[in-house]
Design a protein around this ligand. Sequence first.
Ligand code: PLP
Length: 401
Amino acid sequence: TNFWAGVPQGPPDPILGVTDAFKKDTAKNKVNLGVGAYRDEQGKPYVLESVLQAEDILHKKKLDKEYLPITGEIEFVRLSAELAYGKDSKPLTENRIAVAQSISGTGALRIATEFLAKYYPGPKSVYLPDPTWGNHIPLVEGTGMKVVRYRYFDKKTIGLDFAGMKEDLEKAEPGSIILLHACAQNPSGIDPTKEQWKEINEVIKSKKHLALFDMAYQGFASGDLIGDAFAPRYFVEQGHQIILCQSFAKNLGLYGERAGTFSMVCSSPEEKERVLSQVKRVIRPLYSSPPLHGAQLVATILGTPELFEQWLKEVKKMADRIISMREKLYNALVELKTPGEWGHIKSQIGMFSFTGMTADQVSDLAEYAHVYLTKDGRISMAGLNEGNIQYFAESMSKAVK
Ligand code: PLP
């Protein structure tokens, strides 16, 4: 018997599909700006020195490989929460934040959506910014909750549609779940200002919405771990019981190690324990207990002052390299008299830039210049370096002309 004749071919992943096309291209000067992973000046994957040193420390310790508790490595979880919320955060010092290790940011979102689908007492609709990271949609829909979009990106200004965003959050049914990118919004690279965050806080508070923060880029956005955590920390100060999904993929370059946390601000230590008991019931049938090595690496770096200092420098170095590429790309586009206004390339933040290029221009770039990016015109700034930036600027300029 053949059981699988009825299985249809699924569509290719829009981002991984770009990498496949890039791999197939045999041109020497090809450029991949699709993938959301940091690359060094030579275009190579980068393993942080602080990570290498932590690997050495762990290797010498010859630790065992026993299972972790369902909610993860205890030091990892403690130090990660301090990093995200700040050591002096009130709910943290009052022992009322439920924290569990997760399979990086995606796994944290998965725990969040599963938990919300089961226990959230309000409307089971999750508001996502338009555009957002593509995986948010199946993450929500897979749990049976409904996806609703709120306005975020303004095509005309290539900036934030702040009025539209506020209006949509205002109009949402009271008590809705609102997903917010903590910093370095993916894919647009456009974040609200501090003043705008304060206004967003007001709307969310007055409508009794729940703020669900996705923080995949703390420190990676600006080089400043505290500055990048402004929004979730401010919301916590303002009394919101936020949910936070934290990833160490980008800021520690631990992509494949899958280190992250899910956390939730509760109203008391007793409530925290109840919530955690249910979080464990979400995790147990999904993957039983989380992976060990990445959590040990993060705990070693966050818990060793010299390594922590080293890491701060490295995060800043990665962020600064990306910022300098923005500057160079902008200057080159202007110098090449590329039609249009390109200020957004400099003002956007984080790994990505929404260039404003159309799908046709993107396919021209692949066909004529061997440059690969996602159809929405998003480029990964990390894929640019001294060796390819002029070539890319010229190709982009031609595609736009
Ligand atoms: N959220 C956003 C906005 C992202 O851009 C990403 C990664 O690209 C993630 C979450 C999750 O990444 P990971 O599961 O690798 O931590």
